[in-house]
Ligand binder design. Structure first.
Ligand code: GLN
Length: 303
């Protein structure tokens, strides 16, 4: 399928949106990104990629990384993982301390920061190098050896990441972490600082559209595990605005405060959008608009 016609619709629709929103400024190094960037890419099940705009420019993937760490831990641990984190909608900002305390230290889902810290901790226990394992996986899936951490962004987040440090200490207090707090925070901020383009993201995440099969067609997840990740993305991938996102776009998705979003049409294709200006929930304004236009004009969604 040739998507150039829908790319033209998207480019028209995002133009007014690019003027609004702000880049994430609670991580100062991220605030310096030009908010006028926009990229969009689609990969089919054979890893054929089409893109438009800045689809080959790498950016900070931030919380989009949480889908990949979740998949790697699920591949190793199976359903046991779901005793460590919930599968409920976020219902609060992604870095809420209040919800973690109210639930007695079981995060709502693996995508809120507390849940992602537990997943990173588990990956660290399984591999001895959580962020390095993730980077190697992403390089293999994309065939792109240039994917790497951005030390400046990781350091900027570490220096200002008091809230994540508080979440990690609270988790440790509940006895939920195997590794030292500093080790978990270090790997977590590094995984968030990975830089990838829309092209890289659609290739790396295509196992979610292939019902668990990697780019090499070897199996990462079984069909039901892939279904479960997509289901949790649908209810929690865009945090406390997941309902509005499902209403507009109708796809499982995961956003990051770097302005990236991936979305999945199981059995068909994977989409990635990037626009650095985000709304107050942490989702890319242009990215959500682009995905809305894509599903509306192509008629492709899971509903
Ligand atoms: N690194 C960011 C944080 O922990 C990721 C948040 C996000 O992308 N939603 O706050």
């Amino acid at each position: 399928m040739d998507y150039q016609w829908v790319f033209a619709e998207i480019t028209r629709a995002i133009r007014p949106v690019l003027a609004g929103g702000r880049t994430a400024d609670y991580i100062p190094a991220l605030a310096q990104t030009d908010p006028k960037h926009f990229g969009f890419a689609v990969a089919d099940l054979t890893s054929h990629v089409q893109g438009t705009g800045d689809w080959e420019i790498p950016f900070s993937i931030q919380s989009v990384s949480k889908v990949f760490t979740l998949a790697l831990v699920l591949a190793a641990d199976g359903d046991r993982l779901w005793t460590l984190v919930g599968k409920e909608p976020s219902g609060a900002p992604f870095n809420s301390l209040y919800h973690l305390q109210r639930s007695g230290g079981i995060p709502r889902n693996p995508f809120v920061n507390a849940g992602a810290l537990i997943i990173t901790d588990r990956l660290q226990t399984l591999t001895g190098d959580a962020s390095g394992t993730l980077r190697d996986f992403l390089r293999t899936e994309t065939d792109n050896p240039d994917i790497d951490f951005d030390a400046r962004i990781a350091e900027s987040e570490q220096r200002h990441g008091h809230r994540n440090a508080a979440l990690a200490h609270l988790l440790a207090d509940y006895g939920r972490l195997d590794n030292p707090v500093d080790t978990v925070l270090d790997h977590y901020t590094r995984q968030c600082s990975l830089t990838m383009s829309c092209r890289d993201l659609v290739l790396a995440a295509s196992f979610l559209a292939r019902h668990g099969l990697r780019a090499s067609h070897s199996r990462l997840l079984n069909r039901s595990e892939a279904k479960r990740i997509n289901a949790v993305m649908l209810v929690g991938g865009t945090y406390d605005t997941a309902g509005d996102f499902a209403h507009r776009v109708g796809l499982p998705a995961k956003s990051g405060v770097g302005g990236g979003i991936i979305a999945v049409i199981p059995g068909r294709c994977i989409l990635a959008a990037w626009g650095p200006a985000i709304d107050r929930y942490g989702n890319s304004l242009a990215g959500v608009t682009a995905l809305d236009v894509f599903t509306t004009h192509t008629g492709l969604s899971i509903f």
